[in-house]
Design a protein around this ligand. Structure first.
Ligand SMILES: [Cu+2]
Length: 135
C-alpha cells in the first residue's frame, strides 16, 4: 500500500508548489496607465514582489522571469509562454526592463506576466496591464 500514498504525497507537493505564489505580484512602473509617450522607442520598467527574478540560465528553483505581451493577449495561469511569437518577449536574462523599438504612433496595451524557469506562468497569475499611446 505504499504506492497510493506516494502518489498522494506528490500530488500534495504539486498543489503546494502551485498555490505558494499567492503573494507574488508584478507591476508595470513605466509607462504609466494612460500615458502618452514619445516614440519610436518605449521602455517598459517592471517591479516584482514576492519572488526573485533571476536569469533562466541560473536554473534556480523558485525564481521567475518577466514576460511582456504587446498588443497580444496574455497566457492564463499555469500556461506556457510561447517562444518566437511576435509581440511576446521573454526577459530570460533576469532583466526588469525592456525597450520596444520602432513603435508607430498609436494605441498600445502591454501586459506583464511572471513565469517560472520552464516559462510556465505562475498560478495564480502574477500580471499587470498598462495602456499607453505613442505620440
Ligand atoms: Cu520565459
Amino acid at each position: 500500500m505504499k504506492r497510493p500514498f506516494a502518489i498522494l504525497a506528490s500530488a500534495l507537493a504539486l498543489s503546494a508548489a502551485c498555490s505558494r505564489d499567492a503573494a507574488v505580484s508584478v507591476r508595470i512602473l513605466a509607462p504609466q496607465e494612460g500615458a502618452a509617450v514619445a516614440g519610436p522607442d518605449v521602455t517598459v520598467r517592471l517591479e516584482a514582489r514576492g519572488i526573485e527574478i533571476a536569469p533562466v540560465a541560473d536554473a534556480r528553483t523558485g525564481t521567475g522571469h518577466h514576460h511582456l505581451f504587446l498588443n497580444v493577449d496574455a497566457v492564463g495561469p499555469g500556461e506556457p509562454v510561447p517562444v518566437g511569437q511576435e509581440g511576446i518577449i521573454h526577459l530570460g536574462g533576469g532583466q526588469s526592463e525592456h525597450t520596444f523599438t520602432g513603435l508607430a504612433p498609436g494605441s498600445y496595451r502591454v501586459i506583464a506576466v511572471i513565469a517560472d524557469l520552464a516559462h510556465v506562468s505562475l498560478d495564480p497569475l502574477a500580471t499587470d496591464t498598462v495602456r499607453f499611446t505613442v505620440r
